[in-house]
Design a protein around this ligand. Structure first.
Ligand code: GRF
Length: 248
């Protein structure tokens, strides 16, 4: 461990990779490059960005934020943060053609993990196949309950007593792929659909960071529909191959 002392305080090494210990030095990998896709306000994107900034989500960086809606508030916030952004308007375009442009943009930015964060557009088969088991989505219900639009209102109107959010891999079916993280909350007597949605959103912001951290760790396998923690760190490539049958 003689090297650890010289590596333990690297603050003076401006411009060099910052490591905190010899173990970190040995394990150092370039940050996992995230591509964020959004269509609206972008609060989940901002939560991910803040987790990275605050050091809660280590080993990941946002490579690009792409929106299919030019006026999306989340896009403006990404620009304010100085992140790479791209607008690829989807309105009036064939899904496959638009998706081909999005895939090209993600590849041009070296994206390894695509994070759908309020991206209001179904993905084509080609898109899912281009990033096998490397697309995450967040949904505001405990899947498989209440897939589709207005999930919080669906849950409230159904009268469930517990609901929450789900982060899952994306496959070719809507809100369907293997589940990485779920967080549950009670429905309160005092709730209406809006207050319930607000409280679910708080959970979403934590769940997405947790799910990305799990993928970045590569310490998992997907067995059938089940995401299973293995405790063994795999390679990035293994993480992708292991996650069979997962997806939106
Ligand atoms: C969230 O409720 C998310 O679960 C759903 O779309 C909404 C996006 O919100 N998929 P925001 O744009 O991240 O604030």
């Amino acid at each position: 461990m003689t090297n650890s002392a010289s590596l333990a305080n690297p603050a003076s090494c401006a411009g060099l990779v910052i490591v905190e210990s010899f173990a970190d030095f040995q394990n150092h990998r370039p940050p996992f490059r995230l591509g964020i896709l959004l269509s609206g306000r972008g609060s989940n994107f901002l939560a991910i960005a803040e987790s990275i900034r605050a050091g809660r989500l280590k080993g990941a960086e946002i490579a690009v934020v792409i929106s299919n809606v030019a006026e999306a508030a989340g896009l403006a916030k990404a620009r304010e943060l100085g992140l790479e952004t791209a607008v690829l308007v989807s309105k009036g375009r064939k899904r496959e053609e638009h998706d081909a442009d999005v895939i090209a943009c993600l590849r041009a930015h070296g994206v390894e993990l695509v994070c759908l964060a309020g991206y209001m557009r179904l993905l084509s088969k080609q898109f899912v196949a281009a990033f096998p088991n490397r697309i995450l989505n967040i949904h505001p219900s405990l899947l498989p309950a209440f897939p589709g639009l207005d999930a919080q209102e669906q849950a409230f109107n159904y009268g469930v007593k517990v609901t929450g959010c789900t982060v899952h891999f994306v496959d070719e079916e809507l809100d369907h792929g293997a589940i990485v993280v779920q967080r549950a909350i009670p429905v309160l007597e005092t709730d209406d659909a809006h207050s319930l949605a607000d409280r679910i959103l708080v959970e979403e912001h934590q769940a997405y960071t947790e799910a990305i951290a799990r993928v970045v760790s590569a310490e998992y396998e997907v067995r059938g529909r089940r995401y299973v923690k293995t405790g063994n760190e795999g390679t990035r490539e293994q993480g992708s191959k292991k996650a069979q049958g997962s997806g939106i």
